[in-house]
Design a protein around this ligand. Structure first.
Ligand code: FAD
Ligand code: SF4
Length: 513
């Protein structure tokens, strides 16, 4: 074999990839920490630490298995801090005859690698990452020019094709979707599950980031990073989820709480997204484990719990990836409502009087994690109602969450949450007044605003911001059949009521900066 350099990106840490089946003296694997990755957006420190720690552990595992690995730390003298420059230097220094890489999942990196390969005078090959259950173009192929690519249609096809939660050609339990039973609120005395811990001293990487003046935000408690960052740890998290959380996953999937007990931010969620996105664990292995566990414990675990989870992984996750590759690069510039406001400073401090927003922001800032409904119906809802620029919203989401990689962050943020694509991902904007937040959480009980009031200084801001959003975008919303009832309700309101809402919303927006 020609002397080969194989690139492993920070989100390609799959120890079971066929690349690693055999070791070969002629093959060199290359991983590198780079400023181009720490700096393309301002990141939460836990996100950077998760990636760098997982990469270092992965490089160690490859060496133990007899592979030859070149690992460049951020502070290595040889490190040019850019992917193309690093590769170029390595290929020259080691007289590499062949370059191989796996398909990157981010458009940005794919463009860089395509351009880089065009400059090479040696053979370059790209291979599959062997992670996903679908091809990049599966969603585009399934829906073609159809106006509304429905996730539910995609999801049922996935269930059938992979035989997951199926009894013959029928969905197990008789229904495809148990979404309606996935909307319970957390009862007052509900015990929360304990979580496995992986506390790992990361003070050396933290010092390196400081020495290199990397501009991050957030912190990591006592220099201890508590995320599953190897394949074995991801399996441990999955097994703990099966035993202790799956039984209530569906029930409390949409519930939110301001409780401060350890584990409260995660409730019954799996905490697997970062491990999945770094490819430490495969989606098929996760859903097969969940489906198998449910089959064995049907007397204790309702199918709605397993189906609710499996829908997220083989439905939403694969669908979002397909939408990303279908709609990029235009997706990244879409701004259907022409929103232009920047995000308020409290997105980085968590200091706001809105209890729901403070709790969701602080969970995000403390843990580099918030669960789906906090991301969608509190933070995203607020950003959309206040007319935030989708580019600013994308940058915040991409920076703050440990699981944020663009292929999944962007369709969720710009598509599902901000409706900036005008309805590719979501059939209507995910907006709500305070009523929904009150129904799904205990936030309003601790808030200085009154969720029942509609206007004035004591009223819940979500109430008037919701109608103000409808008012501002009447033309665009009127054409959406799923919004027509709301639009006609607004139009039937007395002019003085409409004006009171506008006044309250505009006063709030002026104060909010
Ligand atoms: P669980 O609730 O246990 O769900 C199980 C798994 O399903 C997750 O690990 C994840 O891999 C997958 N999943 C669930 N919902 C989605 C979804 N909507 N899209 C894709 N996969 C999903 N997820 C990311 O992985 N990275 C992101 O950057 C990201 N950004 C988001 C931004 C917004 C505005 C919203 C509304 C959602 C975003 N999500 C993102 C989806 C979801 O919020 C996270 O996957 C989830 O909160 C991760 O926690 P968990 O592993 O405990 O998930
Ligand atoms: Fe949020 Fe409004 Fe409830 Fe306060 S009253 S927690 S702002 S929904």
């Amino acid at each position: 074999m020609a002397k080969t350099l194989r690139l492993i990106l920070g989100d390609q840490l799959d120890c079971r990839h066929s690349w690693f089946a055999d070791s070969d003296d002629q093959v060199w694997y290359f991983l590198c920490e780079m400023r181009q990755e720490t700096d393309y957006v301002r990141h939460h420190v836990q996100k950077i630490l998760c990636f760098f720690t997982a990469m270092r552990l992965f490089a160690g595992q490859l060496r133990e298995r007899g592979h030859q690995v070149i690992y460049w730390r951020l502070d290595d003298a040889d490190n040019r801090q850019s992917l193309a420059d690093n590769l170029k230097a390595l290929i020259k220094a080691h007289r590499i005859e062949k370059f191989e890489y796996q398909y990157p999942d981010e458009y940005r990196l794919e463009q860089q690698l395509i351009k880089f390969c065009q400059t090479l005078d040696i053979e370059a090959t790209v291979v599959d990452s062997e992670h996903f259950m679908t091809q990049r173009d599966s969603v585009a192929e399934q829906f073609g020019e159809k106006k509304q690519p429905l996730m539910e249609t995609f999801y049922r096809k996935m269930r059938r094709e992979h035989g997951i939660l199926m009894d013959g050609d029928k969905p197990a339990g008789g229904e495809w979707n148990y979404d309606k039973s996935n909307r319970k609120t957390l009862p007052k005395g509900q015990e929360l599950p304990a979580y496995p811990h992986y506390c790992r001293d990361v003070s050396d990487i933290l010092s390196m980031l400081d020495e290199q003046s990397v501009d991050y935000f957030g912190q990591v408690d006592a220099g201890q990073l508590d995320w599953p960052l190897t394949h074995d740890e991801a399996l441990a998290e999955l097994n703990d989820f099966l035993k202790n959380r799956l039984k209530h996953f569906g029930d409390f999937q949409d519930a939110m709480t301001s409780r401060t007990a350890a584990g409260a931010p995660w409730l019954f969620h799996s905490r697997l997204s970062a491990a999945l996105n770094m490819k430490l664990i495969r989606p098929l292995e996760v859903v097969e484990a969940v489906a198998g566990y449910w089959r064995q414990h049907q007397d204790q675990i309702d199918i709605s719990q397993a189906e609710g989870f499996i829908r997220q992984v083989i439905g939403w996750r694969e669908y979002m990836r397909g939408m990303y590759w279908w709609k990029m690069p235009d997706f990244a510039c879409a701004n259907h409502f022409d929103h232009q406001r920047g995000l308020p400073d409290y997105f980085w401090s968590g200091e706001t009087e809105l209890a729901c927003l403070a709790s969701s922001l602080n969970d995000s800032l403390d843990n580099a994690y918030a669960h789906h409904i906090q991301r969608l119906m509190v933070i995203g809802n607020f950003a959309l109602l206040t007319g935030s620029d989708p580019a600013a919203v994308d940058a915040w989401y991409l920076g703050v969450y440990a699981d944020a990689v663009e292929w999944v962050q962007l369709p969720n943020t710009r598509g599902m949450s901000q409706y900036a694509d005008g309805g590719g991902v979501a059939t209507k904007p995910y907006v709500s007044s305070g009523n929904y937040i009150n129904k799904m959480s205990d936030y309003c009980q601790h808030c200085r605003f009154d969720v029942k009031r509609k206007t004035g200084p004591q009223a819940c801001p979500f109430n008037y911001l919701y109608w103000h959003f409808i008012d501002r975008h009447l033309d665009k919303l009127a054409g959406n059949p799923r919004m027509s009832l709301i639009v006609s309700q607004w139009r039937r309101r007395k002019p003085e009521d409409q004006q009171a809402i506008r006044d309250s919303a505009e006063a709030f927006l002026r104060k909010s900066g």
